[in-house]
Design a protein around this ligand. Structure first.
Ligand code: THU
Length: 134
C-alpha cells in the first residue's frame, strides 16, 4: 500500500472529470457523475453515468471509464477522481470500487472527500483476479 504521492496535482484530473460529467445522461436520478483516471503510460481515461428507462440497467460513470481504458490499449490505473454535478469530490460506489480494483489493484490512489486514499483502504480484503489462480 502506498500513498506517497503528495506532489501529485489532482486539479487537471478533476477538470477532466468535470468535463466528462457534463456529458452524463442522468434523466432519472438527476445526478450526473464524471470520473477521470490516469493510466500508467500517461493516458487519461474518463467516463460519465448513462442511465436507462429500465432503471436497473443504468451504467455508472466508472463503467465507461474502464471500457475506454480497455478500448484504448489497457494498462493500469494509478490515480482516480470522481465528481458530482457541482464538481465536488464523490466516492465511487461499492460495485465501482470492484471495477476499479480489476484495473488498478490495491495501490490505486483515490481522490476522496476524506483525502487521498488507496483502493485497499476503500475496499479492504478485496476479491480479485489473484483469487482465481489459487
Ligand atoms: N453513480 C456513478 O456513476 N458512479 C458512482 O460511483 C456513484 C453513482 C451514478 C449512478 C446513477 O446514475 C447516479 O449516480 C445516482 O445513483
Amino acid at each position: 500500500m502506498t500513498r506517497d504521492d503528495a506532489a501529485f496535482d489532482w486539479e487537471p484530473l478533476r477538470a477532466r472529470a468535470r468535463e466528462a460529467m457534463s456529458h452524463a445522461y442522468a434523466p432519472y436520478s438527476g445526478y450526473p457523475v464524471g470520473v477521470a483516471a490516469l493510466v500508467d503510460d500517461g493516458r487519461t481515461v474518463t467516463g460519465c453515468n448513462v442511465e436507462n428507462a429500465s432503471y436497473g440497467l443504468g451504467l455508472c460513470a466508472e463503467c465507461g471509464l474502464v471500457s475506454e481504458l480497455q478500448r484504448t490499449g489497457g494498462g493500469r490505473l494509478t490515480h482516480f477522481t470522481c465528481v458530482d454535478r457541482t464538481g465536488a469530490l464523490l466516492v465511487p460506489c461499492g460495485r465501482c470500487r470492484q471495477l476499479l480494483y480489476e484495473f488498478g489493484g490495491p495501490d490505486l490512489l483515490l481522490d476522496t472527500p476524506a483525502g487521498v486514499l488507496t483502493l485497499a483502504e476503500m475496499l479492504p480484503q478485496a476479491f480479485g483476479p489473484d483469487h482465481l489462480t489459487q
